[in-house]
Every structure is written in structure tokens, then in C-alpha cells.
Design a protein around this ligand. Structure first.
Ligand code: AMP
Ligand code: MN
Ligand code: MN
Ligand code: MN
Length: 310
């Protein structure tokens, strides 16, 4: 088959120089993406650091920061995986703080993972987090009349830094909710049986400490805080005064109104801009790792400060 009488292989249908064999049809190349806010299973993400990096590689992410809640433990594994995948890596963290009684998250990029000051701060937060999980388990038992201690034990099983997301997943695993969001709504949010108020370090103390142990402290997901415009401006001003240098301006879930509002805030405070997914879970299909690096007019990309990342 495929041979002429001459015994030579059949001539190709197309001249090879005009249409080289096996070349896929032309498609626009996938633009390189960046992601400066992601989570692994070292905090409340679903994927191990190496599996997160594999996801990012599949999406053509060229610059990645791992920013787990209050821990840097996944950074070594993520860095090795990034080196193997040809992705430039930034060691990061997302630190829990509070301002006017509200939880405010601050991302640290280019973290010195061996910093004694940072280690002391995050060890303290990890201890508070473990205590909170047990306290919530207790409340679920006494006020919710469910097997709260079992919920807490399940939440603490996987190791890593325990968050309320671990409790939400444990509530689902033990049949007390159909999904994590329902677990928050039914059991964990304010006004529900498992709500336990928690105190994080004050933003004005935490940011200078973090800024001293990293290259860029970034105000995380500013569009999600329940603050008036004036209060958000005050927060951004205090954040900048405390040593913060950037703010997240490009994230999934930011509508056009949010983007304009946050971009204006960044310009007003002279903060650089950051872009990230806040990726936790591949089962959330609308928020994969990777964002476009281009930011709104007049905003300096914080990513440019990491041109030396390897
Ligand atoms: P926390 O332990 O309070 O810092 O919460 C840990 C994580 O749980 C957050 O980073 C979110 O990923 C998730 N989370 C917190 N509150 C909610 C909520 N109300 N609904 C859904 N997810 C939440
Ligand atoms: Mn989280
Ligand atoms: Mn956050
Ligand atoms: Mn996050």
C-alpha cells in the first residue's frame, strides 16, 4: 500500500516545502501569563506545590509566586518544580492581619524564607489558627449540636496551616454541608454556630515586619473588603505608610467597576500593581492560574521588580 510500481514511496500530497508534515494548523501563540497570588495544599489550596506548578506550566505562566496563607513551607518544592518547568519563581506568602477589626490579607513577594522576624510572626499565627480550629470544633459541638470535635480533627489531619476552608471541607466530608460555600453559610460565617472571632496581628505592626522580610508587600484583593470608598482609601494610605508598595489590581472576580476603582486607588496612593488568580482549586474552572501581565494605564507593574527572578 502506498507504493507505485516503481517501488518508491508514494509522493506526498503536498510539496513538503509548502506544507511541512505534521505541523499543526496555525493558531495565535498563547501569551505568557504571570501569577503573583496562588495557594497550595501547604495552606488551603487543593494541589501540592509541584502539581500547582504543573497547572501553571500548562497555562503558559512564565512568572509564578506561591503565596500560601501564613506559611512559606511550600516554596522549596515550588521553586524546584518551576526550575524543571522553565517558570521563573518568586517565594511568597499571604499574611493575615486586621485593620479596624476586619481581616485584611497582605501578600509578601520575594520573601526571605529564613527571616527570624517573619518566622516568629507566622509561627504565632499558625498557633492561633490551630487554636481557632479547636475552638470552632467546640462551638460546633455545643451550639451546633454536631460532631464538632470530629470536624476539627478532620480539618487538622492534612498538616499544613489550618484555615476555615479546611473546616468547611471537613463539614462537607462528614455530611454536614453539600459544598464548602454552604458550609461557610450554614456553620462558619458570622451569626452561625461555628463562628469564633479571631484576632490577627494589626496591619500597622504586621506590614513593617513583612516588608522587612520581603521585596514587595502587596495589599491583597482590595475589592473584596467590606469598606466604604473612604475607608478603603484610608486603608491603602496606612498600608503605604507602613511600608506596603503594591496593590492587587488584576484578579479574577474583579468586575470593570472594581478594576477602575482599584486602579484609581493605586494611582492616588502611588502603589505599584500586582496580578494574580488567588488560585486554590482546579474544580473552580473560571479561575485557573495565570493573568495577563498588562495593567491599567499609569500603574507600574510590581512584576518588573522581579526581572531577576529565576
Ligand atoms: P480564614 O481561615 O478565615 O483565613 O479563611 C481561610 C480561607 O477560607 C480564605 O482564604 C478563603 O479561601 C476561604 N473563605 C473564607 N471565608 C469564606 C467565605 N465566607 N466563603 C467562602 N470561602 C471563604
Ligand atoms: Mn484561602
Ligand atoms: Mn486572601
Ligand atoms: Mn489568597
Amino acid at each position: 500500500m502506498g507504493r507505485h510500481d516503481s517501488g518508491q514511496p508514494a509522493a506526498p500530497l503536498h510539496r513538503p516545502e509548502a506544507y511541512p508534515a505534521r505541523r499543526p494548523p496555525p493558531v495565535a501563540p498563547m501569551p505568557e501569563l504571570i501569577d503573583l497570588h496562588t495557594h497550595s495544599s501547604r495552606s488551603d489550596g487543593v494541589l501540592s506545590p509541584a502539581d500547582l506548578v504543573a497547572r501553571a506550566a500548562a497555562r503558559n505562566v512564565g512568572l509564578l509566586a506561591l503565596t500560601d496563607h501564613d506559611t512559606v513551607e511550600g516554596c522549596d518544592e515550588a521553586r524546584s518544580a518551576c526550575q524543571a518547568a522553565g517558570i521563573r519563581f518568586i517565594a511568597g506568602i499571604e499574611v493575615s492581619t486586621q485593620w479596624r477589626g476586619q481581616a485584611i490579607h497582605v501578600v509578601g513577594l520575594g520573601v526571605d524564607t529564613a527571616s527570624p522576624a517573619l518566622t516568629a510572626q507566622i509561627d504565632d499565627i499558625a498557633a492561633r489558627r490551630r487554636e481557632r480550629v479547636l475552638a470552632i470544633g467546640e462551638r460546633l459541638a455545643t451550639r451546633g449540636r454536631i460532631a464538632g470535635h470530629e470536624v476539627a480533627a478532620t480539618a487538622l489531619e492534612g498538616g499544613g496551616v489550618p484555615t476555615r476552608m479546611h473546616l468547611a471541607r471537613a463539614l462537607v466530608a462528614l455530611g454536614y454541608a453539600d459544598g464548602a460555600q454552604q458550609a461557610f453559610d450554614k456553620w462558619l460565617n458570622r451569626g452561625r454556630p461555628g463562628h469564633v472571632p479571631v484576632e490577627w496581628p494589626e496591619l500597622n505592626d504586621a506590614v513593617p515586619r513583612l516588608a522587612g522580610a520581603c521585596r514587595a508587600a502587596v495589599l491583597a484583593h482590595p475589592h473584596r473588603y467590606r469598606l466604604s470608598g473612604g475607608a478603603l482609601r484610608q486603608l491603602a494610605a496606612e498600608f503605604a505608610a507602613a511600608g506596603g508598595v503594591a496593590i492587587e489590581v488584576n484578579m479574577a472576580g474583579m468586575g470593570p467597576g472594581d478594576q477602575d476603582r482599584i486602579a484609581a486607588l493605586a494611582r492616588r496612593q502611588g502603589l505599584a500593581g500586582s496580578a494574580g488568580s488567588d488560585f486554590h482549586d482546579p474544580a473552580v474552572p473560571w479561575n485557573p492560574p495565570g493573568r495577563f501581565a498588562k495593567l491599567a494605564e499609569g500603574i507600574s507593574p510590581v512584576a518588573e521588580r522581579f526581572d531577576d527572578a529565576q
